[in-house]
Design a protein around this ligand. Structure first.
Ligand code: G4P
Length: 531
């Protein structure tokens, strides 16, 4: 098969949701459909359990297992689907943001009872930054959920994306009868089942067909016709180009745990989701069809088990063909590396890959040469854009409690932050170090790892900061003045960028008002804003 055929065969995406909306269940059902797993439970057992929130070693153990499901691939209707797993646990949100840099589209799961939740909002902001195409799956229709039109309105308003329902539910909760596919004009009747895989659909090409009454009763048929009409009036027709540009999200309704609506979702996904896309760099746009290999590291997993202290760097292939035993150019280190055991993962088993194509993710064993965002090429030098750091939510000062080990501490914290465990900000003069994360758990992880891997002991002192803002200004003098006046709040990130740590949103608002010449950005790439 030619490189182009391989490319056109692939679809790489992520499933995202607020915890508990049904991401794991849907992932599992998609794998069942694709024949990648034989029974339900294989993915579920890898899920980081809610009950384990206070015990990070337990979570790490589970995270170790979940490396196996980092990328789940299967073939369906002639396409090769790569699902990139995103941790549902809030404290690992940063991992999820980074994984989103490696996908070409997403399926967003929304709970029909709860509607749009906090984590959904954040994740959608990341998708919007990169204009990632989104399909929405409104799950748990078997529950007494909210009115579908209200949910659609909420998604449009809160997630700031236009929506277009492609199917519409017939009643909900205990009266849920199924969905009518507005796009393909068929009726899919709901029969709760956790084992049956495929949906049994009934072709009713004309919604006014009296067959509809026979199937769902007079009242529901009348309601469905009214709803379908409202959809036609209120929403624009589905335009695939608008979807591919990330402006319009098609919406499906279903019940993942009952396998309902999953086939419909998957088939539409195969039809409309983008094939692997290229990536912008600081020099030029890299097209996936290019002959030469380009890939970037978006995730590093370190095994905390002292008996197996290996690190795996996950690389997304952007262009060309990746081959085992071949030398590639590590742009940041300006060195060549080859890999004798690149792996793919699936349901607990690791397989060595000989070649991989754009859209694929390979795991590279690493002894400390990689950091997030690193690029491998066949000689060219550039940095991939669109892998920014986002403002952390919790900040603490790193205090060295063993002055004899300060070298180890410096090295350890630098390496751990390269892996993406947390972000490191340094204040000059004084060399004070602040660590920023999205979850409390990371502080425990860092403290533990510094001690066990680097022999350095530390403690964390809470500081009164809530936001990191990357600074920029057209007026260099004004920027320098601001940096001088606000010295106690100014730090540098790992790449030497100037960052203002805001004690509160109110302070930030004040600073913005008082310093109109200064731009305050919530991510390090300044393209679009996370607010
Ligand atoms: P997450 O990965 O997004 O966190 O969610 P997950 O799939 O684990 O689903 C969260 C809970 O919602 C699970 O119940 C799951 O069974 C349930 N669920 C998923 N889809 C549906 C659906 O369509 N309808 C209904 N009614 N429930 C659904 P749990 O009690 O937490 O776990 P379990 O013991 O059932 O496995």
């Amino acid at each position: 098969m030619s490189q182009l055929d391989e490319l056109q065969k692939r679809k790489t995406f992520g499933i995202i949701s607020h915890p508990d909306a049904g991401k794991t269940t849907l992932t599992e059902k998609l794998l069942l459909f694709g024949g990648a797993i034989q029974s339900a439970g294989a993915v579920k057992s890898n899920k980081i359990k809610k009950t384990a929130t206070s015990d990070f070693m337990e979570i790490e153990k589970q995270r170790g297992i979940s490396v196996a499901t980092s990328v789940m691939s299967f073939e369906y209707l002639g396409k090769l689907i790569n699902i990139l797993d995103t941790p549902g646990h809030k404290d690992f949100a940063e991992d999820t943001y980074r994984t989103l840099t490696a996908v070409d589209s997403v399926i967003m799961v929304v709970d029909s009872v709860k509607g749009v939740e906090a984590q959904t909002r954040r994740l959608m902001e990341v998708c919007a930054m990169r204009k990632t195409p989104v399909i929405v799956f409104i799950n748990k229709m078997d529950r007494e959920g909210r009115d579908p039109f209200d949910l659609l309105d909420e998604i449009e308003k809160e997630l700031k994306i236009r929506v277009r329902p492609l199917s519409f539910p017939i009643n909900r909760g205990s009266l849920f009868k199924g969905v009518y596919n507005l796009h393909k004009k068929y009726l899919n009747l709901f029969k709760p089942s956790t084992t049956k895989i495929a949906d049994e659909i009934m072709q009713i090409t004309d919604i006014h067909d009296p067959e509809l009454e026979k199937e769902i009763g007079e009242k529901d048929a009348a309601q469905l016709r009214e709803d379908a009409e409202t959809v036609e009036v209120v929403y624009d027709n589905f335009d695939i180009n608008e979807y591919l540009k990330g402006n319009l999200a098609p919406v499906f309704f279903g019940s993942a745990v009952n396998n309902f609506g999953v086939q419909e979702l998957l088939e539409t996904f195969i039809e409309i989701a983008p094939t692997p896309r290229g990536r912008e760099t600081d020099v030029r746009f890299v097209e996936p069809e290019e002959k030469k290999m380009t890939g970037f590291i978006f995730k590093i997993h370190a095994n905390l088990d002292p008996k197996h202290r290996d690190r795996i760097a996950f690389m997304r292939i952007v262009s060309g063909k990746f081959e085992r035993h071949t030398y590639y150019h590590h742009v940041r280190l300006d060195k060549n590396f080859r890999f004798s055991t690149p792996v793919t993962f699936m349901a607990q088993s690791k397989n060595i890959v000989d070649e991989a194509y754009p859209g694929d993710v390979v795991g590279l064993y690493d002894t400390g040469n990689f950091k997030i965002g690193d690029v491998l090429t066949e000689g060219e030098n550039f940095q991939i854009r669109g892998i920014p750091s986002f403002s952390p939510e919790i900040f603490k000062e790193l205090i060295n409690t063993d002055p004899m080990k300060s070298k180890q501490l410096e090295k350890g914290i630098a390496q751990l932050t390269d892996e993406g465990v947390a972000q490191l900000f340094t204040q000059q003069p004084g060399n004070r170090k602040y660590v920023g994360t999205v979850g409390e758990l990371q502080f425990e992880v860092i403290q533990y790892r510094l001690l066990h891997e680097y022999g350095a002991s530390c403690r964390f002192q809470p500081i009164n900061m809530t936001r990191a803002c990357w600074l920029r200004s057209e007026d260099e003098q004004k920027l320098q003045d601001f940096i001088r006046f606000k010295q106690t709040n100014i730090v540098q990130d790992k790449d030497g960028h100037m960052v203002y740590l805001a004690p509160s949103d109110w302070f930030l608002k004040m600073e913005r008002e008082n310093n109109p010449a200064i731009e305050f950005h919530f991510n390090s790439e300044f393209k679009t804003e996370m607010v």
